[in-house]
Design a protein around this ligand. Structure first.
Ligand code: MTE
Length: 327
């Protein structure tokens, strides 16, 4: 993200799965074989995609959250699961889904929680999901600070539901998330020794309690593939994608504003707020437009929307804030 410009995507439009059938992907795979989905896809990403052990989940779609804009097509699963930023594994977006193959997800996956009214707690993914409530599906726009974007059906629960159940200390002003820091899992961390690992990100409590803030445990009707942040990640759709931290192992409620990995590395490029804003450019490129992750060699360019199209829902959080300074 710091240095690289994404290459053109090589998978063409007719080689990928339409929205209507994504939920039936597993069944489709069994009955029709991979060739029905486009051999080119399987040639570029054969094993990573076919071997991923993913479980279909029960969920209801929350129709309050969908994307109806004509120029924002639903992103095909093959694309969003094979063009990934997960620096712990690789800087190459096409490599991440291959590099995660050897990662055996720790079961049960533990999440430590600190900064509560009561004592610290440790949950596993299932118990934290149950605590929050039922799984729901939401279709969100997702805009990376690098200038590419997608539209993804996430499965999970509102972060606010979890926070209410966790009962943070009344002193808490921020919520901080942390990814695993085991270099045996994310071997690329050793190649980037000057990065302030582990990956951390945070939100103000007001942002975290906004109904849009979401904890995802799945996408496209099944649990999260490892490359997309299994087994549990954050999704904050009005902020640049780097805020949406993957593979969470720790949640802390804190008084002081934490400084995340990207802000530590380059605060003049990756600010704390990281709200999608077409009027505030990245120092090295414009943020006025974005490239749709559509598989075309020359991806479709569309205008970027203020707060990624979620202005009504979140603009009130930033009233009176100078958005040029607080980017
Ligand atoms: N979380 C961790 N732990 N490591 C990362 O490198 N990359 C971020 C974010 N979360 C990242 C991360 C960035 S820059 C983006 S754009 C999104 O994950 C990409 O999510 P995706 O691969 O599911 O599209």
């Amino acid at each position: 993200m710091l240095i690289k410009t994404p290459p053109g995507w090589k998978i063409s439009e007719n080689e990928v799965t339409p929205e209507e059938i994504y939920v039936n992907r597993r069944a489709l795979l069994k009955t029709a074989g991979l060739s029905a989905l486009g051999l080119a896809v399987t040639q570029t990403v054969p094993e990573a995609w076919a071997k991923e052990e993913i479980k279909k989940l029960n969920f209801k779609r929350n129709d309050l959250y969908k994307v109806t804009d004509k120029n924002r097509p639903f992103t095909k699963e093959e694309l969003s699961t094979h063009y990934n930023n997960f620096y712990e594994f690789s800087l190459d977006k096409g490599e991440v889904s291959k590099k995660v193959m050897s990662w055996k997800l720790e079961t049960p996956w533990k999440i430590e929680v600190q900064g509560l009214k009561g004592p610290d707690k440790t949950f596993d993914v299932d118990s934290i999901t149950k605590l929050a409530g039922e799984l729901e599906e939401r279709i969100y726009r997702f805009r990376c600070v690098e200038g590419w974007s997608m539209v993804v059906p996430w499965l999970g629960f509102p972060l606010s539901d979890l926070i209410k159940k966790l009962e943070p200390s009344p002193k808490a002003k921020f919520i901080k998330f942390q990814t695993f820091s085991d270099t045996k899992i994310g071997s690329n961390m050793k190649n980037l020794p000057y990065y302030p690992w582990p990956y951390t990100e945070s939100l103000t409590m007001e942002e975290a309690m906004n109904p849009l803030s979401f904890i995802a445990t799945g996408m496209y009707g099944h649990d999260l593939p490892k490359q997309n942040g299994a087994p549990i990640r954050l999704v904050v759709p009005w902020k640049y994608g780097f805020k949406s931290i993957k593979s969470i192992v720790k949640i802390e409620f804190v008084e002081q504003r934490p400084v995340g990995l990207w802000e530590k590395l380059a605060s003049e490029e990756y600010g704390f707020y990281a709200n999608v804003n077409p009027h505030v450019d990245h120092p090295r490129w414009s943020q006025a437009t974005e490239r749709v992750l559509d598989g075309k060699f020359f991806p479709t360019k569309i205008p970027t929307l203020m707060y990624n199209g979620y202005e009504k829902e979140v603009a009130h959080l930033y009233k009176g804030l100078d958005l040029k300074k607080n980017f």
